[in-house]
Write a protein that binds this ligand. Structure first.
Ligand SMILES: CC(C)C[C@H](CC(=O)NO)C(=O)N[C@H]1Cc2cn(c3ccccc23)CCCCCCNC1=O
Ligand SMILES: [Ca+2]
Ligand SMILES: [Zn+2]
Ligand SMILES: [Zn+2]
Length: 168
C-alpha cells in the first residue's frame, strides 16, 4: 500500500498546498492547473478548501522526483510505480511525490497527471486503496474519463472522513 499512512484525517477544512520541483514534460502553468483541478475534485465532494501556498510550509507539498529522493520509498525509473503520497500529518504528512521518470501528460498518451494526482490526493486526505476498478483509489493506473472522476465509493469514503459537502 503506497499511502504510507500517518494519521487518519486533517483536523481542519482549509488545507494549503505547494509545488516544489516540476516535471520538464509539461509547462509549469499546465502542471499548476492539473494539480488545482485534481484537488478541486475532492473539494467538490467534501467541506474541504485548498489554498495555494508559496512557502515550503504547505500542508501538502507536491514534487516531481526520481529514484532515491530522501524518503524511504525510492522510485524505480520509467513505468512501475508512478507516484506515492503520505497520509495526513506534520512534515512529510500529506506530501505527494510523482516519479519524474514517467512521461507525464495532460492527455491520454503516457500517464495522465490529473488522474494520477486525484489518486494521490485521496491518500493525502487519508483514503486507502480500493479493490473496485471504478474507484480512483484503485491501485493500478488506467485511463479514466476525467468527467466525474470520483466513484460513489470514493465520495462515500471522503464524506466518512470529513462529512458531506456543506451547502455553499
Ligand atoms: C494508481 C497509480 C496512479 C499509482 C500507483 C501507486 C500508488 O498507489 N500510489 O499511491 C501505481 O503506480 N501503480 C502501478 C502498479 C503497477 C503496475 N505494474 C507494475 C509493475 C511494477 C511496479 C508497479 C506496477 C504493471 C505494469 C504497468 C506499470 C505502469 C503503471 N503502474 C501502476 O499502475
Ligand atoms: Ca516509475
Ligand atoms: Zn495509491
Ligand atoms: Zn517520495
Amino acid at each position: 500500500d503506497y499511502s504510507h499512512r500517518r494519521g487518519n484525517r486533517w483536523k481542519k477544512n482549509i488545507i494549503t498546498y505547494g509545488v516544489g520541483r516540476y516535471t520538464s514534460d509539461l509547462p509549469v502553468n499546465t502542471v499548476d492547473a492539473l494539480i488545482a483541478s485534481a484537488l478541486d475534485v475532492w473539494a467538490k465532494a467534501s467541506p474541504l478548501t485548498f489554498l495555494r501556498s508559496y512557502s515550503h510550509q504547505a500542508d501538502i507539498m507536491v514534487e516531481f522526483v526520481g529514484n532515491e529522493h530522501g524518503d524511504s520509498f525510492p522510485f524505480d525509473g520509467p513505468d512501475g510505480t508512478l507516484a506515492h503520497a503520505f497520509g495526513p500529518g506534520e512534515g512529510i504528512g500529506g506530501d505527494v511525490h510523482f516519479d519524474e521518470d514517467e512521461a507525464w501528460t495532460a492527455g491520454f498518451k503516457g500517464f495522465n497527471l490529473y488522474v494520477v494526482a486525484a489518486h494521490e490526493f485521496g491518500h493525502a486526505l487519508g483514503l486507502k486503496h480500493s479493490q473496485n476498478p471504478e474507484s480512483v483509489m484503485y491501485p493500478t493506473y488506467k485511463n479514466r474519463k476525467t468527467h466525474n472522476l470520483l466513484s460513489s465509493e470514493d465520495i462515500m469514503n471522503i464524506n466518512t472522513l470529513y462529512g458531506p459537502r456543506d451547502k455553499r
